[in-house]
Design a protein around this ligand. Sequence first.
Ligand code: AMP
Length: 219
Amino acid sequence: MNIILLGPPGAGKGTQARRLVDERGMMQLSTGDMLRAARTSGTEMGKKVAAVMDAGQLVTDEIVIGLIREQLETDAVEGGHEGGFIFDGFPRTLAQADALGALLKELDQPLDRVVEMQVDDEALVDRITARSTCANCGEVYNDHTKAPPADGVCTNCGEKAEFTRRADDNEDSLRTRLLAYYKQTSPLIGYYYAKGDLVSVDGLASMDDVAGSIKDALS
Ligand code: AMP
């Protein structure tokens, strides 16, 4: 089963994707993670996208479609991924959605569901400015609801780790990211609704309840 998690920054796409990986053996394809990895490893592409990402703007379609294409084709050569793919943070524009449709068709893969995670803007600002991540395993913490452990040991991986904040998790960048979401990404809700692929879940519920709604949406 291949699915897209769609929603504004801070909606909880990454957190829910990681649960689906653990519980259903799916593979998470996050263009945000791929771009951050390219920055960390200092590739030409990573250097090129750094300022755009920090400002909260969208990286070009060409770059992100290239990243997804590369990943899907590598996987297809290796015989596919049994649990299916979760597209997290991709597509974010209509051109990306069209490209993904064409790619999946080429690889003879279905797109089974598009799960829209609905969250109000006020909650997003709150969540994002309080967010930190385990540098070792990527577990997400929140200063108000799930504070990073005082002893510095991650509750997920059990390692002593740093809990880092993303450079783009500040209020200024978040406003640009929200604007990009409403201008460029939210038209995808109508696009997938019209195709009959869309299911919407309340992303403001507790983490377990959101996971439950997603499970229902995928059954
Ligand atoms: P994310 O981790 O999904 O919030 O992505 C972090 C940043 O990476 C975004 O604010 C964009 O600058 C860039 N990015 C991630 N995915 C995409 C995409 N599909 N299209 C364009 N830019 C992206």
